[in-house]
Ligand binder design. Structure first.
Ligand SMILES: CC(C)(COP(=O)(O)OP(=O)(O)OC[C@H]1O[C@@H](n2cnc3c(N)ncnc32)[C@H](O)[C@@H]1OP(=O)(O)O)[C@@H](O)C(=O)NCCC(=O)NCCS
Length: 178
């Protein structure tokens, strides 16, 4: 479905991308390291989930749960003393779900060198009500050409996610475990 069609069809007024965009920043310490002495991937993933969750909550105006996280890429190691910035925004909305795109940047906490991208991820959040049941979300209104492109790319990922899930489900139904 196109962005315009979604916005027209939705009963809830849309919200621009900028309305829920969020940045979460954190200085990495020795408590965040793995056995190699660099920052544990799980620490970064927690920050990614936290930042994306804040965007999903802000965009949907209520509770939202992580349904999936994919294409988590770690581009460079993160070190103790790095100031990590996790930028998150709503790329796409369906009826009850949202794709949140996340970019992870790192810079030395006490130097004025530019931040480098160290990771990225896409998460799907489902908006839920007090009983944990799915609820409708406002359509996201991409507010730039870049965000319109991100919407289209997210739609492609969505199509692939659903197709993969369906194909695996069908295969399992044909070949049930003994
Ligand atoms: C996510 C959850 C609410 C989906 O429940 P469900 O019964 O499958 O609900 P639905 O089929 O109505 O799906 C709701 C929306 O989420 C999407 N969705 C569900 N599972 C998905 C997945 N694995 N990947 C991508 N999207 C997914 C659906 O496509 C639908 O989106 P749409 O309405 O925009 O088309 C449910 O599986 C859940 O509560 N999971 C646990 C969440 C959680 O605890 N997260 C924290 C992990 S520690």
């Amino acid at each position: 479905m196109t962005i315009q069609a979604q916005a027209t069809e939705a009963a809830i007024p849309g919200k621009p991308t900028a309305a829920s965009r969020t940045t979460l920043s954190h200085i990495m310490t020795a408590a965040d390291t793995n056995l190699l002495g660099t920052v544990h991937g799980g620490v970064i993933m927690k920050l990614v989930d936290d930042a994306a969750g804040a965007v999903a909550g802000r965009h949907s105006g209520g509770p939202a749960v992580t349904a999936s996280m994919d294409e988590m890429a770690f581009l460079s190691p993160v070190r103790v003393g790095d100031l990590v910035h996790v930028h998150a925004q709503c790329n796409w909305t369906g009826r009850t779900s949202m794709e949140i795109g996340v970019r992870v940047m790192a810079e030395r906490w006490n130097e004025s060198t530019p931040a480098q991208q160290v990771g990225s991820a896409y998460l799907v959040f489902a908006a839920v009500d007090a009983d944990g049941k799915s609820r409708s979300v406002p359509p996201v209104l991409p507010d730039s050409e870049r965000n319109a492109r991100r919407f289209q790319e997210a739609q492609i990922r969505r199509t692939h996610r659903l197709a993969r899930r369906r194909a695996i489900r069908e295969l399992r139904e044909q070949q049930p475990d003994e």
